[in-house]
Write a protein that binds this ligand. Sequence first.
Ligand SMILES: *Cc1c(COP(=O)(O)O)cnc(C)c1O
Length: 807
Amino acid sequence: MQSTLTKKQLGVLIKNRLSRHYGISAEEADRKQMYKTCARTVVEILSDKRTRYYQKLKDQEKKKVYYLCMEFLVGRSLKNNLYNLGLEKEFRDILKEWNFDLEELYEEEPDAGLGNGGLGRLASCFMDSLATMEYPAMGYSICYEYGLFKQKIVDGWQMELPDIWLPGGDVWLNQRNDLSFRVKFNGHVEEIWTKDGLTTNYSDYDEVEAVPYDMMISGADSEGVAILRLWRARDVDKFDMKSFAKGDYNRAMNEKMNAELICKVLYPSDNHFEGKTLRLRQQYFLVSASIQNIVSDHLQQFGTLDNFSEKVAIHINDTHPALCIPELMRILLDDHQFSWDDAYNMVMNTVSYTNHTVLSEALETWPEELLKQQFPRIYGIIQGLNEAYCQEMWNRYPGEWGKIERMAIMSHGQIRMAHLCIIGSSSVNGVSKLHSDILKSQVFSDFYQASSEKFTNVTNGIAHRRWICQANPRLTRLLDDCIGQEYKKDGRKLADFRRYSENRSILRQLRDIKLANKIDFSNLMDKKGISIDPHSIFDVQAKRLHEYKRQLLNVLKIISLYLDLKDDSNLDIPPQTFLFAAKAAPGYYMAKEVIRLIWHLSAEIEKDPVLREKIRVVFLENYCVTMAEALMPAAEISEQISLAGKEASGTGNMKMMANGALTIGTMDGANVEIFEAVGKDNIFIFGMSAEDVERKWAEGYAASSYYHNKEKVHRVVDSLRRGFNGESFDTIYRYLLVGDYGVGDPYMCLADFEDYLKVHQQLLGVYQDQHQWNRMSLFNIAGAERFAADRSIMEYANNIWNITPLH
Ligand SMILES: *Cc1c(COP(=O)(O)O)cnc(C)c1O
């Protein structure tokens, strides 16, 4: 990658900053000061680059995409930006002269954990691709004071600690006081008839100031810089001097507290709807500030809104920013006097929507009363959209009350945000082929029949430069030697690696690389007091803890192995380490019970000095992007075992395959496309398909029939009652057999259990044949060619946003 600064110039920049900020020399600085100074130096370099890039974009009058998302799981920035700027070597060399190790400075940076899991990480991977491919783009989110909680396990029970990222993380943020906007809440709306028709008057509202903090993300080996604009809420100066003077300090401060509460903390539930008022206020805060910003930027450049949808694409990542639809309507109607029909068409031609889940408990529905009270004007506009759409459907499907009721935005006092998104967008996409098909045939089938042209698919992808080139330098060197550098900018070129599938020397090198990465990871764990044998198989399930992801199924498999070994300690199986990493939402009891089960099972096995040489279970605390970057290169088995039809795509599956792990998984989400990419011989598929699952429910599912008829199921389930490490897991036992509806757990662990065991045994057999395993691993790395985020972004740009890169 190119670099534009010499080591010497860089040295001057850093020394000047050190002297300005701390009044010290490079030799006097401590590690933290040096990290911050390097970060600030990078920000300065990025600012120059950004100025040049944005001027070019403006000159070319390019159409721009604005990506709205409540979450961006950014992780660390220093390494990524140095790599993308092509300045890593220059930094490493100059720091070495002052006795600093760049890798150690990286460790000083806290993760920016402004997201829960896959959805937020996807948004971050997309920013990298947008910058690298020089698409005109900006991301919008909230500058949470606390990101996703830090996880601590105490005697098996998850505890949540606040994630204090801003000291250390704030060096990446540029405060833009010049660009603040006001967001209005509550109050009253009056409708007034004038000679020009109906107008509205909004009064008695509360105001909050939205102040942007920009985070810059450099493109890799490109002129591009993406901006992630994070909004912070600030009290508009309405300090109540009277109360203060009377000594009523609390009352005087009240207003301020309320404003700043909005961006205090990220809601920690993943794939689960939480209907809290503060969350709704966060959503509107993001949307209103962003849309005001987009409209005012457009007006500044073009002086008119008539060409708005030709120059602006607004993308909403899941329904969380859905209120941008009525908010843009509001601005067009109330501030710019557009007619209803013109405003609606303009909004629809601007907005596109990605659906991220089919889980019913994750679909957002807000009470009408709450919206009415919080944003009365927005509520009125949603009512208008609902009436107009129902009327249109009534004309199209006269008499079909049931259908129209199913499709309405408002029903039984609830607002269905997904319906608002579909009705207000020109494009609706799922995130894998299977998921998009399920949207069309099941979840949104009425809408698909009415407007099939809106529905499409864009399979997710990962920033392969971060997840291969930065996270796995050993593999990167091998790839560079074998297939050259082109794959870094064109992921499809990874397919060329297939040419080496019969090359024994390369296959041996793959083996050596994996072992070296496993040793690195074991050493990292050693520092935390966890001992792992790097010569055992690393079997990894790392993702949010959720019933549908079925960590419990993995645990049942391990228990089964454990019981086999207790019966016969001479059993001939290769040593295995089962690594779990997962945060549970704080209020998610069953998820926390599963963590407790993993922890106590681990403790029980540790007590047996013979057994623990064969199988060992490790729960890795506080899964985050930085841990993922260390874990993925060391993974050999990638557990992707959700109940078919439930995982929208998954991206952890892609990260692990790209690092040469083999997938054991169900035909769910993007696993289906991984299967297509590597072929049936290079993946371990088990269990029911999505169609099988549907059929099974229709036939009448009962977990107890597996319990009574299958000896291995019976034995494992019974062991939960007896428990591990002195702790019983009766609630899990009952969950599996009875569940909430008397038929067993809703994610059918027991139905897939035996097939899972069988395929896992096959996998262990293949592992004994090292040559064969390495070949399969190579086909997985090569097969990752289609899972680069660059490919996803190209599809969004060409088929949905209609944007082109900088010339
Ligand atoms: C990639 C990633 C995820 C998503 O993992 P899935 O297996 O796709 O659910 C979640 N958390 C972190 C930290 C990640 O890096």
